[in-house]
Ligand binder design. Structure first.
Ligand code: ADP
Length: 245
C-alpha cells in the first residue's frame, strides 16, 4: 500500500533521517522502535506531509506518489495528507470544542463531507470505542485514555487508508494504557493498515507484522517481531530491546 524510499530530512545542520526505506502492505501493522531522537516521529510526520522531507519518495498504491527530490506542489502534499491520519502522543484535541466537534472538524471543514453523514458516522465510531454518551463532553472532562480514544475516532472519521500512531500510550497513566492498546489491537484485527511508533514492545510483539528498529536516523534492523525483539541480529538492537523488555 505504501512505499517509502530514500527519505531524508535535516533540521538546520542536523540530519535526522539519512535515507529511510519502508514498505507497508495492506492490512499490515508496522511498528517503529528505537531510542529517543532516532527520527521515528519525523518519519511519521513526513508520511502525512506534516514535515516536508528534503529528498525521497512517498508512494501510495493508486496514488499519490510524491518525489521530494523535485519541486513539490501544495496539491501533492494535500493528496498525501488525505491518505493517512495521525493519532498523537498528547491527543492534540481542541480544548474549546466538544468531543463531537473535534471529530467532525476535519471531515466537514477540510474534506467537505455532508455534516449529517459525518455526525452519524462519528456516533457509530464513538460507540465502538466505548464512548457512547461522551459526544457533548469537553476533552478536559475525560480521562487520558478516553481522550486518546477520541483521538483515534477523530483519525478514523477521516476515512484514511493508513493510520499513523505516534507513541499513543506514552502520555497515559499506566492503568489507562491497556484500554488504548486494546482499541488499537481491535483495529489491527479489523484489517486497518498502520504505522506505529511505540515503546510498548510486548504490544509490538503481539500485534506487529514487522518491527523496524531505528537509531541515529537510519534503519538498523527490520523483520518479524519474534526475530527483532527476541533474537536480533544487530548488537545495537539487542542492547535496546534488552533495556526495555
Ligand atoms: P524520535 O521520535 O525517535 O524520538 P524525532 O523524530 O522526534 O525522534 O526527532 C529526531 C531529531 O530531530 C531530534 O534530535 C529532534 O530534536 C530533531 N527534531 C525533530 N523535529 C524538529 C524540528 N521541528 N526542528 C528541529 N529539530 C527537530
Amino acid at each position: 500500500m505504501l512505499t517509502v524510499s530514500g527519505l531524508r530530512k535535516s533540521f538546520g545542520g542536523n540530519q535526522v533521517l539519512k535515507s529511510i526505506d519502508l514498505a507497508v502492505d495492506q492490512g499490515q501493522v508496522l511498528t517503529l522502535i528505537g531510542p529517543s531522537g532516532s527520527g521515528k516521529t519525523t518519519v511519521l510526520r513526513c508520511l502525512n506531509g506534516l514535515e516536508v522531507p528534503d529528498a525521497g519518495t512517498v508512494a501510495f498504491r493508486g496514488g499519490p506518489t510524491v518525489d521530494f527530490g523535485g519541486q513539490v506542489k501544495r496539491r501533492q502534499l494535500m493528496a498525501l495528507r488525505d491518505r493517512s491520519a495521525m493519532v498523537f502522543q498528547h491527543y492534540n484535541l481542541f480544548p474549546h470544542m466538544t468531543v463531537l466537534q473535534n471529530i467532525i472538524e476535519g471531515p466537514v471543514q477540510v474534506q467537505k463531507r455532508p455534516k449529517a453523514e459525518v455526525v452519524h458516522e462519528a456516533e457509530e465510531l464513538l460507540a465502538r470505542m466505548g464512548l457512547a454518551g461522551k459526544r457533548n463532553d469537553y476533552p478536559a472532562q475525560l480521562s487520558g485514555g478516553q481522550q486518546q480514544r477520541v483521538g483515534i475516532v477523530r483519525a478514523l472519521a477521516l476515512r484514511p487508508s493508513l493510520l499513523l500512531f505516534d507513541e499513543p500510550t506514552s502520555a497515559l497513566d499506566p492503568e489507562l494504557v491497556g484500554e488504548v492498546l486494546t482499541a488499537i489491537k481491535e483495529l489491527a484485527e479489523e484489517g486497518w493498515t498502520m504505522v506505529m511508533v511505540t515503546h510498548e514492545l510486548a504490544f509490538a510483539r503481539e500485534v506487529a507484522s514487522e518491527v523496524v528498529f531505528m537509531d541515529g536516523g537510519v534503519v538498523v534492523e527490520r523483520g518479524h517481531p519474534d526475530v527483532v525483539l527476541r533474537n536480533p541480529r544487530q548488537e545495537r538492537t539487542r542492547q535496546f530491546v534488552h533495556r526495555l523488555l
